[in-house]
Design a protein around this ligand. Structure first.
Ligand code: PLP
Length: 451
């Protein structure tokens, strides 16, 4: 039989469990419960095989920034596939979609970030960054400068390189990590700040970078990498003192700064890039996800003039992917950027995030289960707690209550994600005030059902 939308859900689930090995999924639980089968999307809404209309509070995996169902992107993809479905960008060749997308990104990115190296995903782009920064110091005749410092509980992808940059031990535990990566603590004030003020704590955690550089020797350290706001770690918004201090330390010790904006890029925090929101001047920005709103797999590294000139002065850079600058993905990304710009979606983020969502999100902090409610632009988190003491944690195994809350949301046709006992949202940037009301209603109902 043909496998189509028309098969009964149970049969689709059986086939899925039998043949589809899923990422980040417990296979036994999948076989027992069956995955939810998503058929269609429109705006902020998904429809599953049982006909439920689900509000997608996560924009897929933080990526469907313009919302589902935009026909313009489908049309651009179809046109590009007919004209030139594929050509590579290796060995002195190029094509118009890659040129146009690189030029557009150079225009949108702040400062002298004017050069784009394309990849197929965020993980690949961060793998590129590992080579780029090591090559940078090689060309500068300081080949010993090759260690990259990152943060515990950071996420930079799940290839061996990206997973090694990330500071997630369960990922390191499956397959190991590469050498030359060191981790410092995250700037998670609410849970780890103790009695320090948020500002003091931001400085203290940033200064761990300085300590680590001094411990290793500045002549050994190539770069620091961090997400502007940790996403997969639980939407951890750093204290406002954190990034300026990181910037100062990188500059002082000649350490390149890689800002991973795979989630925060393309409007999520209310600007094109979180570099603008937090006033950061990175040497490299990692992009993916919202670059195409997830309509095509594409990512990349935006490089400063300095990085491009130095690495570019060393002859061939021995690195690249078959799909670097893929013409269909590039054309789709360009159309996505056009929509973000022409429809003023980033202005919409600013208007709808503050005060509309912010007021309602702050109200959720009054819920008995919520200790902290934080928001930047359209990414937010709730720390679930047994009582309102700062940093309080459930006695039960970490994440038990978060998982329950996520399952209640799921049952109430709202997608929220949980990271341990933190609940997070990152909806399409096009979300309307009425949809925000629905999100808050369903989230509140789900929390009420948890205790
Ligand atoms: N960097 C960050 C900050 C991410 O959140 C992610 C994915 O969630 C990645 C990198 C990896 O991107 P991809 O899954 O496209 O490889």
């Amino acid at each position: 039989t043909m496998i189509t939308n028309n098969l009964p859900t149970a049969e689709l689930q059986r086939l899925d469990a039998a043949h589809h090995f899923h990422p980040f999924t417990d296979r036994a639980a999948l076989a027992e419960k069956g995955a939810r089968v998503i058929l269609r999307g429109e705006g902020c809404w998904l429809t599953d095989s049982e006909g439920h209309r689900i509000l997608d509070g996560m924009a897929g995996l933080w990526c469907v920034n313009i919302g589902y169902g935009r026909k313009e992107l489908a049309e651009v993809a179809a046109r590009q596939m007919q004209e030139l479905p594929y050509y590579n960008t290796f060995f002195q060749t190029t094509h118009v979609p890659a040129i146009a997308l690189a030029a557009k990104l150079a225009e949108l990115a702040p400062g002298d970030l004017n050069h784009v190296f394309f990849a197929g995903s965020g993980s690949e782009a961060n793998d590129t960054n590992i080579r780029l920064v090591r090559r940078y110091w090689q060309v500068k005749e300081q080949p010993e400068k090759r260690v990259i410092i990152a943060r515990w509980n950071g996420y930079h992808g799940s290839t061996l390189g990206g997973g090694s940059l990330g500071g997630m031990k369960p990922i390191h535990a499956h397959g190991g990590k590469i050498d030359g990566i060191e981790h410092i603590n995250q700037p998670y004030w609410w849970a780890e700040g103790g009695d320090m003020s948020e500002d003091e704590f931001g400085l203290a955690r940033a200064r761990e970078l300085e300590d680590k550089i001094l411990e290793l020797g500045a002549d050994k350290v190539a770069a620091f990498i961090g997400e502007a706001v940790q996403g997969a770690g639980g939407v951890i918004i750093p204290p406002k003192t954190y990034w300026p201090e990181i910037q100062r330390i990188c500059k002082k010790y000649n350490v390149l700064l890689i800002l991973d904006e795979v989630i925060t890029g393309f409007g999520r925090t209310g600007n094109w890039f979180a570099a603008q929101t937090f006033d950061i001047k990175p040497d490299i920005i990692t992009i993916a996800k919202g670059l195409s709103s997830g309509y095509a797999p594409v990512g990349g590294s935006i490089l400063s003039d300095d990085v491009a000139e130095v690495v570019g002065s060393g002859g061939d850079f021995n690195h690249g992917y078959t799909y670097s600058g893929h013409p269909v993905a590039a054309a789709v990304a360009l159309e996505n950027l056009r929509i973000l710009q022409d429809e003023q979606i980033i202005e919409h983020v600013q208007n709808v995030a503050h005060p509309y969502l912010a007021e309602r999100w702050a109200k959720l902090a009054e819920h008995p289960l919520v200790g902290e409610a934080r928001l930047v632009g359209l990414m937010g988190s709730l720390a679930l707690v047994p009582n309102k003491t700062k940093g309080a944690k459930f006695a039960s195994e970490e994440g038990t209550v978060g998982l329950r809350a996520r399952e209640r949301c799921f049952a109430n046709d709202l997608i929220m994600r949980h990271v341990g006992d933190r609940m997070i949202i990152s909806p399409p940037l096009t979300i309307t005030p009425a949809e925000i009301d629905t999100l808050i209603e369903r989230a509140t109902k789900s929390l009420d059902e948890c205790y």
